[in-house]
Design a binder for this molecule. Structure first.
Ligand code: IPD
Ligand code: CA
Ligand code: CA
Length: 291
């Protein structure tokens, strides 16, 4: 057997370094996901304990229907506290405390209680949502529903799971056979016509429509194949960061209402199993044009 040349030795050392970098990077990301899981479970237990019980409720920015409770804030402090202990230099973008730039490549995008209206009424449809963005791309996400003890997780390139078992979007191919879900922004009253038109149109085109009141769960359920599609006209990054990755990693599609690639920093969201996506775009096109 001939001895390896200098160049061959150099090449194999650099590919070893590359593989080592990829393995340790991917291992670190899995660790980050596990920290998010711990934080979501801890916060979820707090939400479940206080749901429907008397607590101080405020209205946000003078909006009569946009509520925030002391539990939204406590949940957020709990999540950020736990993650920051482990990753003190990371950025955070969280619903109740906003964003703080530390110029890290990582940013945790957090909704400490998605479904606050349900929560205040004791309706057990709410969750915790934590997404991890790296250089502008969502790379990990957790949605935890404490009422059903359902833990949805996704890691970029590694698929999506529900309670650690792989999930996939549905294969429904006709809109008329589809179960769809939507949500209404708190600003609905400012300009309700188009939102109501979309709702009416889908009501006539789909098998059935639902409105759960938690965008993160809507998205997680699309990922799990329980819903075939979801649209909402005005969401924030914390409502969808984890959920859109879940959908994509479960084999589904995420775009704006016109079918263009989108990001969690844009408002309008359309997600589906991919198969009915064009049919949903067509219904949204009709609604935008006023019919
Ligand atoms: C809301 C819920 C709701 C959606 C709203 C969101 P919040 O979040 O996700 O389903 O329709 O647009 O703002 O206020 O309960 O965290
Ligand atoms: Ca939310
Ligand atoms: Ca919230």
């Amino acid at each position: 057997m001939r001895a390896a040349t200098q160049t061959e030795l150099h090449q194999s050392a650099s590919s070893f370094r590359r593989i080592h970098f990829i393995v340790s990077f991917s291992f670190e990301r899995t660790l980050m996901l596990e920290i998010a899981v711990e934080a979501a479970r801890e916060a979820g237990a707090l939400l479940k304990l206080h749901s429907g019980k008397a607590q101080s409720i405020e209205r946000k920015e003078g909006q009569e229907t946009n509520l925030v409770t002391e539990i939204d804030r406590r949940s957020e402090e709990m999540i950020i506290g736990r993650i920051r202990r482990k990753y003190p230099h990371h950025d955070f973008l969280a619903e109740e405390s906003g964003g703080k730039e530390r110029h890290s490549e990582y940013c945790w995008i957090i909704d400490p209680l998605d479904g606050t209206t349900n929560f205040t009424h004791g309706l057990p449809v709410f969750c915790v949502s934590i997404g991890l963005e790296r250089n502008g791309e969502i790379v990990a996400g957790v949605v935890y529903d404490p009422n059903h003890d359902e833990l949805f997780t996704a890691e970029k390139g590694k698929g999506a799971t529900l309670n650690r078992k792989r999930i996939r979007v549905s294969s429904t191919s006709r809109l008329i056979d589809s179960l769809l879900v939507t949500g209404f922004p708190y600003t609905l009253r400012d300009d309700p016509e188009e939102i109501i038109r979309h709702f009416n149109n889908f009501l006539l085109e789909a098998q059935a429509l639902r409105r759960l009141g938690s965008a993160a769960l809507d998205l997680a359920y699309v990922a799990a194949g329980r819903f075939d599609g979801f649209w909402e006209s005005s969401l924030n990054p914390w409502d969808m960061a984890a959920g859109v990755l879940l959908v994509q990693e479960a084999g589904g599609k995420f775009t704006d209402f016109e079918g263009n690639p989108s990001t969690v920093h844009k408002k309008a969201v359309l997600t589906s199993n991919g198969v009915i996506h064009d049919q949903m775009i067509e219904v949204l096109r009709k609604g935008r044009s006023g019919s």
